[in-house]
Write a protein that binds this ligand. Structure first.
Ligand code: MG
Length: 408
């Protein structure tokens, strides 16, 4: 609306923010768009990628066989983007860079959640191992190739560097400039730091909510989650009539009673999340003010400036421990993981003996079998892994001639 004052005051880009002006640019020079900045352009390149579309059928924590109301890797990435963008605006950082880093941060994940990466890493231990951050960089630099002029998405240096969140020293030595910070111990850009913490905030609260909605945690067990009781007190201070739901409300024969009871628990989880985001913003502002960096490089020569206060950090760590014990190691979650481990191990054996089974083509001259295996298996969605398992793991079929079935 003309003349309308925005409700939220947005800070201009701070001197310590990554910008087009101080960026190290792209590997291949292209004329930049006139309607959006280079990092917003990176965002659209990731948005249109096949690897991003695959995330809709990749497990975050709960497998797609277990229901359809919880997060997948794609919706998780969208939630991280939302948190990271709003924090970036409050800190005067480049929110377009935060957005593309958030959207792409899980691109390299294998099917079946973290277990998938652990198994691939085990299976490939004599062939360079598997690490999802490195795979994400490989995807945007090499595997996604929609442009005839060059391989990869040709993203900005800071986008690519931010995707390589972890990296072994051994691998870093082979990757050149993009991995240099892992050798000289420099902090990531503040934008990458924001995305990293936004990821942790987004998943820890989403997993709690999902576990409750899936009835892995009862309302009584939710009250044991670190920070839940304090969030309830804050809600009551604002709204003294807020009544805690009881277990029988969640099993009530009336839909309205059940819905309202669920919504109350969800509102407590939202308050927990709100509180940790507020803490992250105010504490990071203080640290940035104290360090007073004048360029992104100066910001990076400090220990990480984006972070929680000591009290919130303790709470966050305690909540992670709670989630590990009560959600990730829940017997139902562990049982499903066991079945999925067999799927990946069996597919690995099938493809190792019959590489053409992967995409219908024999190995190219000089092509590394284990590189193709890593790209192929990690690129699969949960659905594809299950259907390939049904196809190939049946007796007598594993040596069948492969037909061309897909682009991959
Ligand atoms: Mg994540």
């Amino acid at each position: 609306m003309a003349g309308h004052t925005p409700a939220i005051f947005l800070m201009p880009l701070a001197p310590y923010a990554v910008s087009e002006e101080n960026s190290r640019g792209r590997q291949h020079q292209i004329p930049e768009a006139t309607d959006r900045n280079a990092f917003a352009r990176d965002y659209t390149r990731v948005l249109h990628s096949q690897a991003l579309r695959r995330l809709q059928h990749k497990t975050q924590v709960f497998s797609s066989n277990e229901g359809d109301l919880f997060r997948t890797r794609l919706t998780h990435s969208m939630e991280v983007e939302q948190v990271a963008r709003s924090v970036a605006k409050q800190l005067g950082l480049n929110d377009d860079l935060c957005a593309v880093l958030a959207l792409a941060h899980d691109l390299g994940h294998a099917p079946f959640g973290h277990m998938g990466q652990d198994i691939l890493n085990e299976l490939l231990k004599d062939h360079g191992g598997f690490e999802h951050n490195h795979q994400a960089l490989r995807i945007v630099d090499e595997l996604e190739s929609p442009y005839p002029e060059h391989a990869g998405l040709n993203l900005m240096f800071e986008t690519r560097e931010g995707l390589l969140k972890h990296c072994t020293q051994e691998r870093a030595r082979t990757l050149g400039d993009i991995a240099k910070r892992h050798l000289d111990g420099r902090a990531p850009t503040l934008e990458a730091q924001v995305v990293d913490l936004s990821d942790a905030i987004a998943y820890i609260h989403a997993d709690l909510e999902d576990a409750f909605l899936m009835k892995l945690l009862s309302v009584e067990e939710m009250k044991e989650a670190p920070g839940y009781a304090e969030a309830l007190i804050r809600i009551r201070q604002k709204n003294p009539d807020f009544k805690e739901p009881v277990a029988s409300d969640l099993d009530h024969t009336r839909l309205l009673v059940r819905t309202q009871a669920r919504a109350k628990v969800q509102s407590v989880v939202r308050e927990m999340m709100r509180h940790s985001i507020d803490d992250m913003i105010s504490n990071s502002k203080l640290r940035i003010q104290a360090a007073n960096p004048q360029t992104p490089d100066q910001a990076r020569s400090n220990p990480p400036l984006v972070g929680f206060s000591d009290g919130q950090q303790k709470l966050h760590t305690a909540l992670r421990q709670f989630s590990r014990k009560r959600i990730y190691e829940h017997e139902e979650v562990v049982r499903v993981r066991g079945r999925e481990r067999e799927v990946l191990e069996e597919l690995f054996r099938v493809y190792e003996h019959n590489p053409a089974a992967m995409d219908g083509y024999p190995l190219d001259d000089g092509e590394d079998l284990y590189r193709r295996l890593a790209d192929h298996l990690s690129g699969m969605t949960d659905l594809r892994a299950h259907s390939e398992f049904r196809k190939w793991a049946m007796p007598g079929l594993d040596a069948a001639p492969a037909k061309k079935r897909s682009l991959r």
